[in-house]
Design a protein around this ligand. Sequence first.
Ligand SMILES: CC(C)(COP(=O)(O)OP(=O)(O)OC[C@H]1O[C@@H](n2cnc3c(N)ncnc32)[C@H](O)[C@@H]1OP(=O)(O)O)[C@@H](O)C(=O)NCCC(=O)NCCS
Length: 158
Amino acid sequence: MSPVLTIDTATAADIEAILGLEETGFAPASRWIGRSWLGEIEGGHHFTPAARDDHGRVVGVAAFQLFADVADLNRIVVDPAHRGRGVGEALLRAGLDWAAGSGAERMLLEVEWANEPALALYRRLGFVEITYRRNYYGPDRDALVMERRLDPTGEGKR
Ligand SMILES: CC(C)(COP(=O)(O)OP(=O)(O)OC[C@H]1O[C@@H](n2cnc3c(N)ncnc32)[C@H](O)[C@@H]1OP(=O)(O)O)[C@@H](O)C(=O)NCCC(=O)NCCS
């Protein structure tokens, strides 16, 4: 990852920038609107790490949510100009550390089976496929459900 990138937490002031990332990362029908992101940013039991460049501009963001002992990755998107440099990995690692520190025992996510960059990232960080959801993203667009066990005592020490 570029040394000038920092990870902090997204705020409501970042919504416009995040919606710009949504446009680069998702087809119109599956884009989140501002209200959805605000719910993540301001919700209890949520964590929304943001990666910023040296101008403070948001170049990647993710949204995690905790349900008892299970954390979900709800969203992750990185500016295309910054992909393939570990920004997604840094955001996901921040979420894994948050989840483990919050007492979660595992993290779950859904990913379209054909989304190779996302699958590569998730597999590299130890997620394994546990089942699938047929037509989850539309006709013939199945979702893989992936899981990663967490170590509440050791996650932050990786
Ligand atoms: C998925 C996403 C967040 C990854 O962000 P990133 O900053 O590029 O992540 P990283 O650099 O940490 O890792 C990206 C991985 O994708 C791989 N990759 C990049 N482009 C690829 C491509 N066209 N085909 C296959 N793999 C690709 C990289 O090589 C890397 O894997 P590797 O290091 O094991 O080889 C980013 O691609 C994105 O925003 N996609 C659009 C939104 C999206 O699909 N979100 C996930 C929804 S489940």
